[in-house]
Ligand binder design. Sequence first.
Ligand code: ZN
Length: 227
Amino acid sequence: MASLIDIHTHNQTVENDVLKIVNIALNDPKDLPKLDYVGWRSVGLHPWYLNEETVEEDFENLLKESENQKVMMIGECGLDRNIPVDFNFQKEVFIRQIQLAESLQKPVIIHCVRAFPEVIALKKHLKPTVPMIIHGFNNHPQICQQLLDNQFYISLGAALSKSTSNATKVIPMIPKEKLFLETDDKNCTISSIFALASTYLDVRIEILKELIKHNFNRVFSNQDLTA
Ligand SMILES: [Zn+2]
């Protein structure tokens, strides 16, 4: 198994010693060529590209694609208050994706902008048993604590490169068994993110690699990682 795990990326370039989960937004036409990608992926309907007219078709496509053995997670999906898409419609589609993930027993990778109380409330209400991972977290410690109190996993990325970011403030408070790291759509390497995280956590990078691998194996324990 590769030693560096990138839990959420939009970059499908193969890198030595990196296990990455490439995100494919099935409702973004620009992303569809990525379906030729042969590696591990997450598939979902991204809130940015939701459209009431095509959502049923998009959801059917998601049902079909999610059967693929290479699909490790459903998402990124979630809620975003900074976009003009109707919030209740976003919620409805997010709920359907959580239910799909639960039926497939695959984790959910979550995009959340200014909607943490709603995401937490949905988890409390739906009670999915699959892990839920908040990707690209860069928000206040109080919100981080609320997410942790509700058993979310937290993935941190490029915000760690800014020493004054919220990501650098929250990283020490995240229990090691709840932490993931990612590059997302940023122009950076996962090894640079591991280096930053290891500095902020004051643990050797080799230990951090093992910790994240451990989390990965736990979260994906029911999936065939050799396929
Ligand atoms: Zn992303």
